[in-house]
Design a protein around this ligand. Structure first.
Ligand SMILES: *[C@@H]1O[C@H](CO)[C@@H](O)[C@H](O)[C@H]1NC(C)=O
Ligand SMILES: *[C@@H]1O[C@H](CO)[C@@H](O)[C@H](O)[C@H]1NC(C)=O
Ligand SMILES: *[C@@H]1O[C@H](CO)[C@@H](O)[C@H](O)[C@H]1NC(C)=O
Ligand SMILES: *[C@@H]1O[C@H](CO)[C@@H](O)[C@H](O)[C@H]1NC(C)=O
Ligand SMILES: *[C@@H]1O[C@H](CO)[C@@H](O)[C@H](O)[C@H]1NC(C)=O
Length: 280
């Protein structure tokens, strides 16, 4: 009897987890995140039309910084023409507020959810504690698959496989600083192409060259200033409902670290999954 009740309970839990539509169950509009910086000259992932539902897509540029109009054009790092546009970089509005662009990973969410969404970040520690930014997601943080991570696109951070060097014709080893480190002082910003220098210096002025501050994030409607530069506007930009955010998704309930998931898994093995399904 107990066994039967338990298996009924378990099967309804397992089934309810299994039938939750992945997108609807994965709306994560706010939370806390690590932050860092990156810069590369590849085609940002969110510029591919499959990365979300867009009214207008993310702009990409060729090596001369002219717009590439075909959103299916091959990426620069794969030998194609589409590279990042030099103006998708941060700028300060005042002492406590900046705009920018980011490569994002949000646990429990999907890249089609954060591509070209805008988030207000509030820094929680270091010298920039209390400062805020609104950033638009332009890329997918492919290095991360566990914890929330916003990586700001800031020139002066290390190049990726010397692709910016190829694009701009820099000197090997020095251009955009050392691998995984980038520049170490503001005077180095004078060595990169003029159109990237102001954003490079932003790191040493507004951002105070802090290392990996944590931040809260909260989705907001994209400001015109940001969309004007990137070109990207999601179809749900005005209609998403931030109070419908669902941070406890099926993914986190069934994450391998959850004791609940372990109980379900062990019980499912003991009882046999097909047998459980038969109860319905
Ligand atoms: C900085 O700009 C933001 C956005 O326009 C504004 O909300 C905020 O009040 C400004 N802060 C100061 C100190 O001017
Ligand atoms: C900045 O860093 C470069 C490279 O490490 C070094 O050559 C230069 O002296 C530094 N400049 C200042 C002002 O610290
Ligand atoms: C960010 O948070 C983590 C743990 O949550 C902490 O280890 C790290 O030191 C924090 N970063 C800063 C710059 O304070
Ligand atoms: C949009 O960009 C154009 C050209 O760069 C500029 O003239 C205009 O003021 C911008 N509009 C907004 C709202 O930032
Ligand atoms: C937003 O979602 C909340 C929670 O699901 C709901 O109560 C509210 O009615 C929704 N608002 C709109 C405008 O849809």
């Amino acid at each position: 009897m107990i066994m039967k009740m338990m298996s009924t309970l378990l099967s309804s839990l397992i089934l309810s987890a299994a039938v939750l539509p992945p997108i609807a169950s994965a709306r994560v509009f706010s939370g806390q995140s690590f932050t860092s910086m990156y810069y590369d000259c590849c085609k940002p992932a969110c510029a591919w039309p499959t990365y979300g539902s867009f009214v207008t897509g993310l702009k990409t540029c060729n090596a001369k910084d002219q717009l590439v109009l075909d959103d299916t054009a091959g990426g620069y790092c794969g030998g194609g023409p589409a590279s990042s546009c030099t103006n998708q970089t941060p700028w300060a509005v005042n002492e406590t507020f900046s705009y920018g662009y980011a490569s994002i990973f949000i646990r429990g969410a999907d890249s089609t959810e954060w591509c070209c969404s805008c988030y207000e970040l509030e820094f929680l520690d270091s010298e920039i504690k209390g400062k805020k930014m609104i950033v638009q997601g332009i890329n997918v943080n492919f290095n991360e698959n566990q914890i929330n991570w916003f990586s700001l696109a800031v020139p002066g951070q290390a190049d990726w496989q010397s692709q910016c060097q190829r694009r701009f014709g820099g000197t090997f080893g020095d251009f955009f600083g050392k691998d995984a480190t980038g520049f170490t002082n503001v005077t180095q910003c004078d060595t990169i192409p003029p159109e990237l220098q102001a954003a490079c210096k932003w790191r040493y002025t507004w951002y105070q060259d802090v290392k990996g501050p944590n931040a809260t994030f909260k989705r907001v409607e994209c400001p015109a200033e940001i969309v004007n530069v990137s070109g990207c506007l999601r179809t749900d930009d005005k209609t998403f409902n931030s109070s419908a955010s669902n941070p406890i998704s099926a993914v986190s309930i069934l994450s391998p670290t959850s004791p609940f998931a372990t109980i379900i898994t062990v019980a499912a093995i003991l009882l046999g999954f097909p047998q459980i399904l038969d109860l319905f």
